[in-house]
Write a protein that binds this ligand. Structure first.
Ligand SMILES: [Zn+2]
Length: 330
C-alpha cells in the first residue's frame, strides 16, 4: 500500500469481544484483516484500556499507510465531543472514564467516539444498504432491538441520545415485560425472548413440528439460538415455525409503521442475526407495513424495506466512518 494512502482505524467495543479494522475513506478495508479480541473480564478500567490500546497497535504494525485517526464505538452512553464514557452497562469497567483522551494520548492519534448504534447506522448510511439515500431507519434484531435514524444524510441521536432507541417503542401496553421495566416494548415482542416465548406457546398448542427434534429436551442449552432454529425450520416449510416467524414479522412490521411516521425514511434497513431468515421474515413484515402504513400522501413502498449489507462488521466499519465524518467537519 502506498505510504501516502490515508486510513482510519475502527474499534467496535462489545461486552464479550471487540473488533479492530482499518478502512480508507471509501470504506474499503485496508492493511490487515479485521481482528477480534476477547474483552477482559475485569472491573479495572486500566485493564480494558490497555487491551484496546494493544489491539489498535497490533493493527498498525506493518501497515505503511498514514493513520488519520481512530474511531471507537461503545455500547453505552458517551460524550461524542470529548470521548468521555458515562455509562457502559455491558462493560462497567469503562463507566465514567475519559476513554477517548486516554487512548488519544497513548496512541498519539485523534480518537473519536460514539455509541455503537450510531456507528452501525453511520456504516449503513455511508457504505452499506443506505449509501444512495439520505434518510433511513436501521433496525438491528438480536437479543434486543437496536436501531438508529439518519435524516438529511446525518445520523441523529437527539440531545439526550435516545432518538432511534426504537426497541422501546411501546406496541402493546399490556404485552410482555421488557428489560427496561415497561410492558409491550417492540423489543419484548420481537427480540430474542419474544421469539422464544412465542415458540414455547406455539409448541404447547400441540401441533406436530420439526422444532421439537431441533430443540431437544434442554431448551436452556439452545436458548440463544432459538430464533435462528425457528427461522431455519420455517425456511424448510415447517408450518409451526412459519407461524412463529409470521407473528414475529407482524410485530416488526407494526414497529416499522411507527418508525415510518416518526422519521419519514427513504429506506428501512433490517440487520442482526435473524435478518438472514429471508422471505419467511420479510414477507410478513412487508405485508403488515403494506396494510398499515396508509398515510395521507400514499403508502410506504415496501420494496424499501431491505436487509442490512454490512452484517456484523457494521460496528467496526461505522467506527472508522466516524473518523472521516469528524475530520470532514474540521
Ligand atoms: Zn423497553
Amino acid at each position: 500500500m502506498a505510504a501516502d494512502k490515508r486510513i482510519a482505524l475502527g474499534l467496535d467495543v462489545g461486552g464479550t469481544s471487540f473488533t479492530v479494522g482499518a478502512f480508507d475513506a471509501d470504506g474499503a478495508q485496508a492493511c490487515d484483516k479485521l481482528a477480534n479480541f476477547p474483552t477482559p473480564v475485569t472491573s479495572r478500567s486500566e485493564d480494558v484500556l490497555s487491551a484496546l490500546e494493544g489491539a489498535l497497535r497490533s493493527q498498525v504494525e506493518g501497515c505503511e499507510a498514514q493513520i488519520s485517526g481512530v474511531g471507537v464505538g461503545i455500547p453505552g452512553v458517551v460524550d461524542p465531543l470529548t470521548g468521555h464514557v458515562f455509562v457502559c452497562p455491558n462493560l462497567p469497567a469503562l463507566d465514567n472514564t475519559p476513554t477517548g483522551s486516554i487512548l488519544s494520548e497513548r496512541l498519539g492519534l485523534p480518537v473519536f467516539m460514539n455509541n455503537d448504534a450510531y456507528c452501525a447506522t453511520l456504516a449503513e448510511l455511508r457504505w452499506g444498504a443506505g449509501r444512495d439515500v439520505e434518510n433511513l431507519v436501521l433496525l438491528t434484531l438480536g437479543t434486543g432491538i437496536g436501531g438508529g435514524v439518519a435524516l438529511n444524510n446525518k445520523v441523529n441521536r437527539g440531545p439526550r441520545q435516545i432518538l432511534g432507541e426504537i426497541g422501546h417503542l411501546v406496541l402493546e401496553p399490556k404485552g410482555p415485560r421488557c428489560g427496561c421495566g415497561n410492558h409491550g416494548c417492540f423489543e419484548a415482542l420481537a427480540g430474542r425472548d419474544g421469539i422464544v416465548n412465542r415458540t414455547l406457546r406455539k409448541i404447547q398448542e400441540g401441533k406436530p413440528t420439526s422444532l421439537l427434534a431441533r430443540l431437544g429436551d434442554d431448551w436452556k442449552a439452545v436458548w440463544e439460538d432459538i430464533p435462528k432454529i425457528v427461522a431455519d425450520e420455517a425456511g424448510k416449510g415447517d408450518s409451526v415455525a412459519e407461524d412463529i416467524m409470521a407473528e414475529t414479522g407482524f410485530w416488526i412490521g407494526v414497529g416499522i409503521c411507527s418508525a415510518i411516521v416518526l422519521c419519514d425514511p427513504d429506506l428501512v434497513i433490517i440487520g442482526g442475526g435473524i435478518s438472514a431468515a429471508g422471505d419467511v421474515l420479510f414477507d410478513p413484515i412487508r405485508r403488515t407495513v403494506e396494510a398499515r402504513s396508509r398515510i395521507s400522501r400514499g403508502k410506504f413502498d415496501v420494496a424499501n424495506i431491505v436487509r442490512a449489507e454490512l452484517g456484523r462488521d457494521a460496528g467496526v466499519c461505522g467506527a472508522a466512518a466516524l473518523v472521516w465524518e469528524r475530520l470532514a467537519q474540521g
